[in-house]
Write a new protein. Structure first.
Length: 202
């Protein structure tokens, strides 16, 4: 089972997630998000021993200028939430040497099949159209998702839903607002509770 916590603050939240052995730590670069950080904030990541965890830049249609600027940062993955096609994924991967998480917004069963168009993606993230707004992923569509740790689920993932989601075959969980006490501010107690509950599923 894999866990990714998205929208972290590089100063406040990272050590906790590393101590809990969260697999992927996501940092948002999207101006409209209350979780948005600046590129200079990534310099704080050099202070941590990430051990077996990975740092992820979460983006929406990143420009070539942005891509160039993150190349010397302490990152392992870039997550793409925009209109990028497989050719663009390959360009970004070759330029940055970062691995790629490609997000797909799912409205219906047909959307799920789009993952087949992204052979360059190391992971596929199935998300709701609400992106950061924690809209619950339709239960009837969860059953249609491809199985395995290459495929992550975002939307309605919480300590209250993980048991049922695990029974439905989900093995990679992406969470953000469900572990916040207020919009954009991570609640460390909630993160701990989720990780404990996730470990009970193994």
């Amino acid at each position: 089972m894999l866990i990714k916590v998205c929208g972290l603050n590089p100063v406040r939240d990272v050590q906790l997630c590393l101590d809990l052995k969260v697999n992927f730590l996501g940092f948002v670069f999207y101006k409209k998000s209350p979780r948005n950080i600046e590129l200079s904030d990534l310099d704080r990541l050099n202070d941590y021993n990430k051990k077996n965890s990975f740092f992820v830049a979460v983006t929406v249609d990143p420009t070539n200028e942005f891509i160039t600027k993150i190349m010397n940062k302490n990152l392992d993955y870039i997550q793409l939430h925009g209109s990028e096609d497989n050719k663009r994924l390959k360009e970004i991967k070759e330029k940055t040497q970062l691995k790629i998480i490609k997000a797909i917004k799912v409205n219906n069963k047909k959307d799920i099949e789009l993952y087949k168009d992204f052979s360059e993606a190391d992971y596929i993230l199935f998300d709701t159209p609400g992106m950061e707004n924690s809209i619950e992923f339709p239960k009837d569509l969860i059953k249609e998702l491809p199985k395995g740790e290459r495929f992550a689920l975002a939307g309605g993932v919480s300590v209250d839903t993980i048991e049922n989601l695990t029974k439905l075959g989900i093995k990679f969980f992406d969470l953000s607002s469900s572990v916040e006490s207020k919009n954009g501010y991570k609640d460390h107690k909630r993160i701990k509770e989720f990780v404990v509950k996730a470990n009970e599923q193994n």
